[in-house]
Design a binder for this molecule. Structure first.
Ligand SMILES: Nc1ncnc2c1ncn2[C@@H]1O[C@H](COP(=O)(O)OP(=O)(O)OP(=O)(O)O)[C@@H](O)[C@H]1O
Length: 280
């Protein structure tokens, strides 16, 4: 399966709670190319997990459009969404244990994750040993999950996530409980899956270093896509409503109300900082 493109357009998600509605996503615009690796970085409560739940079809957006490959997820039935999750879309939930049956072997965990895809015509599945090679656990098919070290257990969770050969892999906080060696091994496994299979990979993380290593890091702040870092360069991002999201570390230098002069010359547009003059 080749990598799938992802497109979010003006995505809003509201949780209806007794204490009042919570706007978790407030108009997210995001495009991810097929085969791209990207980190969603942001503080707790900023909306990262909500966005991943929408991309996996576990929840539906309150408004806006979410496309994965040729599918408009908002138009699919629950059964169709469940089928996509078992085939085209792989999900690795936060906390390795939530993805694994701890009392049995790695092989059995992978077989179980392949069951739905095995019944779907046209899907060719990798042998579990090949999947274990990809995540850096060669020859460990007979190991019980209970007996694995934390880093290996996280890579076992990745093996289950890629078992059906998804075109999009969504991974929530894969390195949060690990030391630097464990983190490195998990990131290497993700890079190998991406380069060998072309899988599009989205990783939710609090860790800016993980974002830097994946090449593209998109900041989520208060339910909106904020600034972006790509290959070591920082970018400000224009949102669908015309607001400009700045990298967090330069925000302090441009308080709300900062004016930019817009200069147009020969079809080119330049913005020049014109001083801070907050409106009355
Ligand atoms: N089931 C829910 N009911 C009500 N509010 C919710 C629910 N789930 C999340 N929220 C709220 O939605 C907002 C976004 O939460 P979300 O879990 O997506 O953020 P996050 O960036 O993934 O945070 P974390 O890094 O802590 O997982 C937060 O204000 C959160 O309190």
């Amino acid at each position: 399966m080749n990598g799938l493109a992802v497109a979010c357009r003006r995505v809003v998600h509201i949780y209806r709670a007794e204490a009042g509605d919570v706007v978790a996503l407030a108009g997210v615009d995001l495009s991810i190319g097929p085969g791209e690796m990207l980190a969603l970085v942001g503080p707790s409560g900023s909306g990262k997990s909500t966005l991943v739940a929408l991309l996996s079809g576990l929840m539906r957006a309150s408004a806006g459009r979410v496309n994965v490959g040729t599918y408009d997820l908002g138009k699919l039935t629950e059964a169709e969404l469940a089928r996509l999750r078992g085939t085209l879309i792989g999900v690795v939930l936060q906390g390795a244990a939530r993805n694994l049956l701890s009392y049995t072997t790695l092989h059995r965990n992978i077989w179980l994750a392949q069951r739905r895809a095995a019944r779907t015509a046209g899907i060719e599945l990798d042998h579990p040993d090949r999947i274990l090679d990809l995540v850096g656990l060669p020859g460990q098919g007979r190991a019980r999950i209970d007996d694995l070290a934390p880093g290996a257990r996280q890579r076992a969770a990745l093996a289950v996530g890629i078992a059906a050969g998804p075109g999009l892999l969504l991974v929530d906080e894969p390195t949060s409980q690990l030391d630097s060696t464990g983190r490195d091994e998990v990131l290497t496994a993700l890079e190998t899956v991406n380069s060998e299979r072309g899988t599009t990979i989205v990783v939710v993380t609090h860790d800016a270093a993980v974002g830097a290593r994946l090449g593209r890091a998109v900041t989520i702040r208060d339910g909106r896509v904020g600034a972006e870092g790509r290959d070591g360069q920082d970018f400000a991002v224009v949102a669908g409503d015309g607001t400009v999201q700045l990298p967090p570390d330069v925000l302090g230098a441009f308080p709300p109300g900062t004016l930019f002069t817009v200069e147009r010359e020969d079809g080119a547009v330049t913005f020049v900082v014109g001083g801070t003059q907050p409106r009355e």
